[in-house]
Design a protein around this ligand. Structure first.
Ligand code: IMP
Ligand code: MG
Length: 183
């Protein structure tokens, strides 16, 4: 058994996403309004924020379409392997689109660095990046992230897309996993 301490509540996340959606809307050039913004999420951590952010952007008056890219950097456990591999590619044309790269968390920066290079090579009209959680202390690769939900210390979190061996992504909040000492 283990205890999960709530670090960022579902309400806090929801309110912050509404504010971020307004930020994203304000940053879009006027001509970007003529076609939907292409949201791109690395699987599987981005799934939760993609769904909630797409609806927040809708409320902010921004049309979107979604695509996903399969990227893997962590094996089992909590330590990054340090290399990023692509397990499935994008399916929507990126060239000429205004792209919003969306992820659950930026840690070393390797995953987003890989994703940004992959997208940039396809000639988007613009590329901005949004993450729910930022752990700046852990950065190894500098990556531009224009929209950050919450800056957190160097702790291992679960929930709202982030996982421990694929579990806990469905938690509506961001939590700290505390293994029980007597187990
Ligand atoms: P990167 O180190 O910035 O490349 O992050 C790689 C991936 O590690 C993220 O997309 C998450 O899936 C995962 N990750 C980083 N920090 C945490 C954490 O605290 N909990 C769960 N997953 C994490
Ligand atoms: Mg991820």
């Amino acid at each position: 058994m283990a205890t999960i301490d709530v670090m960022i509540s579902a309400d806090e996340i929801s309110n912050r996403l509404d504010a971020l959606a307004e930020e994203v809307a304000a940053a879009l050039p006027p001509e970007a309004r003529t076609s939907p913004v292409l949201m791109i999420g690395p699987l599987k951590g981005a799934v939760m924020v993609m769904a909630d952010l797409a609806r927040a952007l809708h409320r902010a008056g921004v049309d979107t379409v979604m695509d996903f890219i399969g990227l893997s950097s962590y094996g089992a456990g909590t330590v990054s392997k340090g290399t990023v591999t692509m397990t499935s590619d994008l399916s929507i044309e990126v060239a000429g689109r205004h792209v919003l790269l969306v992820d659950d968390i930026v840690d070393t920066g390797r995953t987003l660095h890989f994703a940004q290079a992959h997208i940039a090579a396809r000639g988007p009209a613009s590329l901005r990046t949004l993450v729910v959680l930022d752990k700046p202390e852990r950065r190894v690769v500098e990556v531009p992230v224009e929209h950050v939900g919450f800056t957190i210390p160097d702790v291992f979190v679960i929930g709202y897309g982030t996982d421990l061996d694929q579990r806990y992504r469905e938690l509506p909040y961001v939590g700290l996993f505390r293994p029980d000492s007597d187990s």
